[in-house]
Design a protein around this ligand. Structure first.
Ligand code: PHE
Length: 344
């Protein structure tokens, strides 16, 4: 009797070991585990048959059952490791890694093309001895208009479609507001350029945007003349475009300069022959300028009998479009990386 129970026990262990070894995954392993060492499993069933043995035989058999349980548990652990290793092998075989391939370079950012153009423009003026000044984009009526000789309710204010804030301030329509700030804060001689964003309530098209950038220039010294202004602008154009591009001055009007001019640069798209971009004229306007009006000096505490000066305001987008032959201003603001990546 005892011999036969021991034989059954040995057979059970052998069956368990081969069932566990045949398990292909965790599910199969758990099923086999339940069948042999679970509560309703065959080992428990065998234990219950202990009463078939004589009292002396029982503890011996009990020990044998415990040994058998440990054997089966060891087989469960071993096969669990085997199944995990097999799964890892399969997943490694599925992903083929070629360690000789070059790595993927991360996408790199860079300065925005407008910022690069702005820096290059500023650097030309630095080389000519100018300082850089900055001013706020939210501005008072006084700095943007009043001190610049725009009388209240004067139609000249309509030249700029102003975006106004509820508190009476406004988004500056030009960087000329920083002329006023600079003269109020510094005694002449003054030589500054002012890069910055400006705002106008304009409709967007290929050459207009309600948000754009200007580079303002202001020189105040003794005996400054229109010749200095023209020479400075030609020097800027030659250095910035690294070749001599013709410019022309056309008479114009600004309340804060007298005389005033608008400056065109020869169209780089057609070389001056006339094309779609320059409206068949061969010229593209890039700035307004003139001699600082004595009334502006008065508003800013500069004696117009002692000092004279010139000022200009250049469109940075316009210059960038000419430099890089970009036909539509909207490219600068769409921030399409395919466009931006040409510049970095
Ligand atoms: N502020 C003028 C504009 O935005 C440009 C300008 C600047 C004209 C300085 C003359 C002198 O149109």
């Amino acid at each position: 009797m005892s011999a036969s129970l021991n034989e059954e026990l040995a057979a059970l262990v052998a069956d368990a070991e081969s069932a566990l070894a045949a398990a292909a995954d965790d599910n199969a392993l758990n099923t086999a585990k339940a069948a042999f060492v679970g509560k309703g499993g065959s080992l428990t069933a065998l234990m219950k048959r202990m009463r078939e043995l004589s009292p002396e035989e029982r503890p011996v058999f009990g020990k044998a059952v415990n040994v058998a349980r440990e054997q089966v548990n060891a087989a469960i652990d071993g096969n669990r490791r085997r199944i995990a290793a097999e799964a890892q092998q399969r997943s490694l075989a599925g992903t083929q890694i070629d360690a000789t391939l070059p790595g993927r370079a991360p996408d790199r950012g860079g300065p925005h093309p407008l910022r690069m153009v702005e820096q290059d423009m500023v650097n030309v003026f630095r080389d000519l001895g100018y300082d850089v000044a900055l001013g706020p984009e939210v501005e008072s009526d006084f700095h943007n208009f009043g001190a610049l000789n725009f009388p209240d309710d004067h139609p000249a204010r309509d030249m700029h479609d102003t975006l106004k804030l509820e508190d009476g301030r406004l988004l500056r329509t030009h960087t000329s507001s920083v002329q006023v700030r600079t003269m109020l804060a510094n005694k002449p001689p003054i030589r500054v350029v002012v890069p910055g964003a400006v705002y106008r309530s304009d409709t967007v098209d290929a050459t207009h945007s309600p948000y754009f950038h200007q580079l303002e220039g202001l020189v105040v010294d003794r005996n400054i003349s229109m010749a200095h202004l023209k020479g400075t602008l030609q020097a800027f154009v030659d250095r910035y475009f690294q070749r001599s591009l013709p410019i022309r001055l056309r008479p114009s009007y600004f309340p804060f300069t007298e005389p005033s001019a608008e400056v065109d640069i020869q169209c780089v798209f057609c070389g001056g022959d006339g094309c779609r971009v320059c409206g068949k004229s061969g010229w593209i306007e890039i700035l307004g300028c003139g001699m600082v009006d004595p009334a502006v000096f008065e508003s800013c505490g500069v004696d117009p009998n002692e000092w004279s000066g010139f000022a200009f305001g250049m469109g940075i987008e316009r210059v960038a479009m000419l430099r890089y032959q970009i036909e539509d201003i909207r490219h600068f603001y769409d921030n399409d990386v395919r466009f931006l990546s040409h510049f970095s």
